[in-house]
Design a binder for this molecule. Sequence first.
Ligand code: SAM
Length: 245
Amino acid sequence: MIFPVNIVGGGPGDPELLTLKAHRILTKETEVVVYDRLISPAILQLLPATVEKIYAGKEAGFHELSQDEINAALLKHAKRGKKVTRLKGGDPMIFGRGGEEIEYLFDHDIPFEVVPGITSAGGISAALGIPLTHRDLGSSVSFISGHKKKDQPLNLPWKELANPDVTLVIYMGLTSLPEISAQLIKAGLLPETAAAAIQDGTTEKQRYCFANIETLPKRITELEFKPPVLFVIGDVVKIAQKLNS
Ligand SMILES: C[S@@+](CC[C@H](N)C(=O)[O-])C[C@H]1O[C@@H](n2cnc3c(N)ncnc32)[C@H](O)[C@@H]1O
C-alpha cells in the first residue's frame, strides 16, 4: 500500500505555531521524515525516536541533498510503503519548492497532501508586532526573494516595489540587502523608510533590530546577523518600533 506523502509546513520555528494537523502527522503518522535546515530542534524533538530522519540541508552555497535526490528519497520510501513526511520550514508553498515536489510526486503516481504552515513573514511579524497591512500605513504586502544567482544582479521590479504604501517582506536577502537597499532608494523609496531585520524569528535565539532602508545593511553587518534572517520594509514597522521601545 502507498500512503500519501505529507508535505508539511513546520512554521517559522516555535513548535506551538505548528497546525494541529502537522503536529498529528509528525507525532503519530510519520515513519520517514525528510527535513530542511530551517526546522528547529524543538520541532524535531516532537518526532518519535523510531522515525527515520533524513537531513536534506538546503543551506545557501551547499546543499546536503540536491532537489533530485530529495525527490528520489520521497519516491523510494513511499514505494517501500512507508509513511513519508517532507517537513519544510514555514509554508511549503512559499519560497519552499513545494510546487516542484508535488509535481514530481504527481508525475510518479504517488498520492500526496500539502499541510500548510505559518510562513515566516506571518509568524515573525506577529512576534514583533508588525502589522503587515494597516489602514493608514500599508495597503498591501509583497513577499520577495532576495536570493540571487552568483555574480548576477537581482531581477526585481524596483519601481513597483518602491511604493511607500506597500509593505515588503524579504526572504533569503542577507547577502543581497545592500543591493536591495540601493535599488529601492534609486527607484524613489525614501531612505528613511522604516525597516526591520529578524534573525531566527519565533525561536529562543530570536534577535532583531530596527533601522531604515538606508542604514539597515550597515546595522546588520555591525550586529553580525546570520541566516535565517527576514527583512520587513515599510511604515508598518514603526508600530513595532513603538511597541518594542
Ligand atoms: C528558502 S526560504 C523558506 C521560506 C519558508 N518556506 C517560509 O514560508 O517561511 C528561507 C528564508 O525564509 C526566512 N526564514 C525562515 N524562517 C525564518 C526564521 N525563523 N527567522 C528569520 N527568517 C526566517 C529567511 O529569510 C530564510 O532565508
